[in-house]
Design a protein around this ligand. Sequence first.
Ligand SMILES: [Zn+2]
Length: 148
Amino acid sequence: MTNSDSNNARSDDPQPSSGYVPDALEEIRRILVEQRRIILKEAKSEITNFARGDDRQLVEAALDDGDWSVIDLSESLVLQKLQQHKIKLHKIDESIRKIKDGTYGSCEECGQQISQARLKVLPYAVYCVECKERLEKIEKAEKESPFQ
Ligand SMILES: [Zn+2]
């Protein structure tokens, strides 16, 4: 039963994200929190403009509680659109969590450090540029493959 531990060496690593000075991390955290706030605000105004009745209540509850399951189940177009916000919010939350855990900034694919320049542009990036490009190519190839 303890075999799975070997897959998770990172959680045993007491080192903070090496190569990042705390000030830079704090700045990134602030940017993430700010982006989170903006997305929530945008999402809320979209709902106010487009959603009505039950949809609106569902979405407002989801935004306040962070419980998105009702939206996942909905076929409403307005709510589908919110999925994009949701995905972004999730990425932001993950990044904020990683900053706390000290695992922020390493590529989820290869484990290499993501460059600070990239993180400045895209603070919730989870892949380094190389992996991102590789994964996008694979994804594209899979979509275009006639064998799927
Ligand atoms: Zn990578």
